[in-house]
Ligand binder design. Structure first.
Ligand code: NAD
Length: 252
């Protein structure tokens, strides 16, 4: 079903993993997708897949660093001049890890993870909401990637857990403030999803996690993308400020 026909969707981190699967899933629903990534090569790679699988829709690949306000401003200008309309769906999937145990965690590793995961989500959420409000036509869906780690913590991920707990608080506040503009804001809390981000995790640890997951397997990017499609469409119109775990039941 083309539930997102003539909808423009902006997806950060669209060049890899979950973000790429989200781009493909939203395009499948009929959306035009602005694939945003720090790496223009990765974004273009996703764009080629969209052109192959969802031709006839106007997709674009754009480079931006979500952690820098000048870069986010330039990104929004490019989108406005190309589509002459604001994105109605925004998915914040850009994210990084810099794992270190707390006793050794450097200030630099703390700041860089908070800057991309939390500040980047803030800058894009604010910019997209501003563009919707300025257009004078209410309505939209902002979907932010938190993590189950933001709720339960994880060894070596103090910076990451803090950033993801922050994303949840930010998103709930955005839900309250932006409801009057018809903009719904929700957080997805993925569990353990097999992507380039989790590729570095040793097989022993992967097996351990898989054994702890009631549904009996690690997640796939498509598992998250399906929930994202739901949150992007009218099917979820009465849901805002929610945090939806997509974990296969991990840490219930
Ligand atoms: P990934 O590493 O495959 O993809 C992340 C993408 O973000 C990359 O293409 C990268 O270039 C881009 N990116 C990094 N910094 C950026 C910046 N400053 N500006 C713009 N783009 C930037 O990771 P993934 O596994 O697909 O994760 C996507 C999101 O889901 C992240 O926010 C991650 O924290 C979250 N998440 C992932 C898992 C998991 O198990 N994979 C679990 C919970 C949450």
């Amino acid at each position: 079903p083309a539930r997102l026909k003539s909808t423009l969707a902006l997806v950060t981190g669209g060049g890899s993993g979950i973000g790429r699967a989200v781009c493909q899933r939203l395009a499948q629903e009929g959306a035009s997708v602005a694939v945003v990534d720090l790496s223009i090569d990765s974004a273009n790679d996703t764009l080629r897949r969209l052109a192959r699988d969802a031709p006839g829709q106007d997709h674009v690949a754009l480079a931006a660093d979500v952690s820098r306000s000048e870069s986010v401003r330039a990104l929004m200008e490019q989108i406005q001049s190309r589509f002459l309309a604001p994105p109605r769906v925004a998915v914040n999937s850009a994210g990084i890890t810099r794992d270190e145990f707390l006793l050794r965690l450097s200030e630099e590793a703390f700041d860089s993870v908070l800057n991309v995961n939390l500040k980047g989500t803030f800058l894009i959420t604010q910019a997209v909401a501003q563009s919707i409000v300025t257009s004078g036509q209410d309505g939209g869906s902002i979907i932010n990637m938190g993590s189950i780690v933001g709720k339960v913590g994880n060894l070596g991920q103090g910076n990451y857990a803090a950033s993801k707990a922050g994303v949840e608080g930010l998103t709930k506040t955005a839900a309250k403030e932006l409801a009057k503009f018809g903009i719904c804001c929700n957080t997805i809390l993925p569990g353990f999803i097999a992507t380039p981000m989790t590729e570095k995790v040793p097989q022993k640890v992967l097996d351990k996690f898989a054994g702890m997951i009631p549904l009996g397997r690690l997640g796939r990017p498509e598992d998250v993308a399906d929930v994202c499609a739901f949150l992007a469409t009218e099917d979820s119109k009465y849901i805002t400020g929610a945090s939806i775990e997509v974990t296969g039941g991990l840490f219930l």
